[in-house]
Design a protein around this ligand. Structure first.
Ligand code: HEC
Ligand code: HEC
Ligand code: HEC
Ligand code: HEC
Ligand code: HEC
Ligand code: HEC
Ligand code: HEC
Length: 331
């Protein structure tokens, strides 16, 4: 396992927090635990430390010893504080102890109230300026992210974690075997907030309109939401970044059908560019797009239209034929 990282700390972190003295300790802890864990990671995936927290945070009901009655007692866990242990295990940070990121004060329960105020590291604090992760271009992503409408409107309350849960993060697009898998995972990220009042209200007091109402100009809406990512229409496609992170203002969103439904579709440079998909693509739109330079998405796929056009053709031919037949007789 590679464990070089944490050579630099993101500047905004310094501006936001005064708890700097904790950072080195946290980083060293992460470093050590990752190093120690390099053997047997697959067989023994979750750390004991993580299991200790998940005893309570992995279940809807947890047990504690009531210090007044000295008896064990069951209580309900706040659903927003439940960590899905299966998803945690699938994520890139599965080898972590919870206290590699959270303060070790959490090892005692009841948790002390001021732990809530502890600043948390963001992606750049750990991954910024580290060659091990160069292929992900964290710094470029950060630059794009800062330009996005979210940061422009909401400020630094909007973080990478607003979209990427650090507990569950995995790079789906690079590993997925189908376009649908990518689209589902990506769109869930946006819908998790643009369809949830609680998460949205953490960031703004504005009312939000339902997504299907906002996009009522788009025909076959569900089919589109199942086949393209929100970011296909809401970002400018960049050649040099795997995933564009600059979410544009709504006025700049893509509404022009022919940008996708044409031979040089923007989707060739975004959703359809992943090599892992191309080697595995069997039937379907992606394959057709790769194999046929002039293929137009959606063009051959409305069976009713296909049948209708054949009927029209037959009728037209029949018309011409009858017409010329009678002209021939009259002569
Ligand atoms: C005995 C059960 C129990 C154990 C063990 C436990 N927690 Fe908690 N934790 C809770 C409960 C209940 C809450 C809800 C708030 C409260 O009651 O303090 C909570 C709240 C939290 C919060 C949210 C604080 C906030 O409101 O922002 C975090 C973060 C947290 N725990 C992390 C951990 C970590 C990390 C561990 C392991 C080192 C851990 N907990 C172990 C029961 C537990
Ligand atoms: C890679 C770092 C990382 C690891 C590992 C990690 N957490 Fe977290 N956790 C975070 C961050 C960051 C937040 C704050 C999210 C936010 O407020 O945007 C958080 C928030 C929480 C919360 C509060 C709920 C919430 O979403 O705000 C709980 C509870 C929690 N973590 C429990 C755990 C438990 C239990 C484990 C171990 C199984 C764990 N965490 C491992 C980074 C981590
Ligand atoms: C506390 C430090 C820390 C934070 C915060 C953190 N990471 Fe990580 N991340 C790591 C470490 C350490 C590894 C290597 C884990 C391993 O190899 O088991 C890792 C692994 C990864 C990988 C896998 C890299 C590879 O190619 O194997 C990705 C992708 C990743 N993190 C993305 C993120 C994103 C996105 C965020 C923010 C949402 C984030 N990380 C937040 C420390 C962190
Ligand atoms: C508005 C939501 C959103 C925000 C905010 C966001 N991302 Fe992303 N990010 C995405 C989506 C969507 C993807 C594509 C996910 C996939 O399929 O792998 C992605 C992918 C990534 C990838 C994988 C890129 C690759 O080359 O495979 C990394 C790394 C990443 N984001 C890091 C970050 C960092 C760092 C931040 C904060 C500076 C951030 N993201 C903020 C939505 C977001
Ligand atoms: C086919 C392109 C397309 C797709 C796919 C798409 N959008 Fe949009 N979206 C637009 C356009 C164009 C507008 C501006 C509509 C207008 O102003 O009438 C818009 C508007 C919005 C707005 C602004 C709402 C407001 O008025 O404040 C939000 C939020 C939004 N979209 C989120 C999403 C999310 C989340 C997804 C994925 C589930 C998504 N969009 C998928 C094109 C698209
Ligand atoms: C954690 C919550 C959250 C997530 C996740 C999120 N958004 Fe947003 N988004 C917001 C909030 C809050 C606003 C309103 C900002 C404002 O105007 O105050 C917003 C505004 C927007 C707008 C309208 C911008 C305008 O011009 O008014 C668009 C478009 C948008 N988001 C698209 C997306 C897309 C696409 C994704 C997924 C890649 C996404 N959002 C993920 C919270 C979120
Ligand atoms: C971001 C790219 C994008 C944009 C913009 C877009 N579409 Fe699509 N559209 C698609 C994709 C991808 C499909 C699904 C094709 C498939 O795989 O079957 C689709 C499917 C369709 C279908 C259904 C065809 C079928 O397979 O049954 C119709 C009709 C359609 N689009 C019309 C429109 C119209 C009209 C607009 C403009 C208002 C529009 N689309 C804008 C990408 C887009």
């Amino acid at each position: 396992m590679r464990v070089h990282f944490l050579t630099e700390v993101h500047p905004s972190y310094f501006i936001q927090n005064h708890m700097l003295n904790r950072i080195p300790v946290l980083f060293i802890l992460v470093l050590l635990t990752c190093g120690w864990n390099s053997a047997g990671q697959e067989n023994n995936p979750l750390k004991e430390g993580a299991k200790a927290c998940l005893r309570c945070h992995g279940e809807p009901v947890y047990t504690l010893i009531n210090s007044f009655t000295d008896q064990s007692q069951k209580k309900m866990m706040n659903p927003y504080l439940i960590i899905d242990s299966v998803k945690f295990h699938q994520g890139v940070h599965r080898t972590f102890n919870c206290t590699d990121c959270h303060d070790s004060g959490y090892e005692t329960y009841p948790h002390s109230a001021d732990l809530k105020m502890m600043p948390m590291a963001n992606c750049l604090d750990c991954h910024g300026g580290d060659d091990t992760y160069a292929k992900y271009q964290f710094e470029r992503i950060d630059e794009e992210f800062i330009k996005s409408i979210h940061v422009q409107h909401v400020g630094d309350k909007f973080t990478c974690s607003s979209c990427h849960d650090q507990h569950y993060y995995q790079s789906v697009a690079r590993n997925a075997s189908s376009v649908q898998e990518i689209v589902d995972y990506n769109n869930e990220m946006c819908k998790d907030c643009h369809g949830s009042t609680a998460k949205y209200r953490l960031l703004t007091d504005k009312m939000q309109r339902p997504l299907n109402e906002i996009h009522d100009w788009l025909p076959n809406q569900q089919l589109h939401f199942d086949n393209v990512r929100c970011i296909e229409c809401h970002t400018q496609v960049t050649d040099t970044l795997m995933v564009s992170h600059n979410i544009l203002a709504k006025e700049q969103a893509r509404k022009n059908c022919s940008e996708c439904h044409s031979a040089n579709s923007v989707l060739r440079a975004s959703l359809y560019k992943y090599e892992n998909l191309q080697s595995r693509s069997g039937k379907g739109t992606l394959n057709a797009v790769i194999q046929n330079e002039s293929y137009i998405i959606g063009a051959n796929q409305v069976p009713a239209l296909k049948i209708l056009s054949i009927i029209f053709l037959v009728l037209a031919l029949a018309g011409i034929f009858t017409h010329s037949f009678f002209r021939f007789l009259k002569k």
